[in-house]
Design a protein around this ligand. Sequence first.
Ligand code: CP
Length: 305
Amino acid sequence: MSSLEIKHLLGLQGVSANDIRIILDNAAEFRQVLDRKVKTLPPLRGVTVVNLFFENSTRTRISFELAEKRLSADIVNFTTSNSSVKKGETLLDTIKNIEAMKIDVIVVRHKGTGVPKFLAEHTDAVIINAGDGAHEHPTQALLDIFTMEQNLGNLKGKTVTIVGDIKHSRVARSNAWGLSALGANVRFCGPPTLLPRYTSMLPVEIFSDVRKAVEGADVVMPLRLQQERMEDSLLPSLREYRNFYGITRQTLEKAKDNVLIMHPGPINRGVELDSDIADGENSVILDQVTNGVAIRMSVLFLLSN
Ligand code: CP
């Protein structure tokens, strides 16, 4: 087994293509295990993982918990609603107290950009970012890349179009770094109010016309409008957004015939993506969710060793 250069998974910016390859290759082996009747393996026996979710989650939280159980780790789940954070305890005090209970790995989701990095600097535990603000969501991008490779093979020269609320999307940013490291072309498309301010620093091409952005694309990934992160009114109306940026049969006319339709979830059907496309023959949205368990098994396994 090859080992990783990284000690924590804080984001995909700066992670080498070699490390990404090792995670994907290990995930491919774990993915086969998920199809077996007995899905549990012993490698994390004796390793204690704390899942710290300061923000809501369905897919990521359950997927990490399943991955940990599949690898026989001891698991503790933390949510803010029933913790002493509600009594005013600071993040650092919370973490120091959890660490004092002798834990090995922290999986963290937080609305604050940089919280995983802060934890990595202040604890001895391995830190895995499960989404920090609008910054990065590395395991989501890794499972997206895994699903793309499953369907398209080598991604070098392939075109991936990500459409919608890029400004607030940690998924878009992690995909941009991960996909570009593997040689794919990444296009971002959205209304100017929903694009990041410093796009020139990202390894992407920017489009405002969705039909041009999907032309010749191998993958189209619409994103949810993250109203919970929008401080101002950035859109005239949802109907207008759907008319200009919604992924529909008409929008996809110039994409490749076998274009893959992906979505990190949760989907707002009829806004960023029509139901007939979300549930259509080119959709791999539920495969992404299955593959997420294998990717998280791979990350947990490699970083715990
Ligand atoms: N894709 C994703 O992060 O979904 P959740 O918010 O449900 O975890």
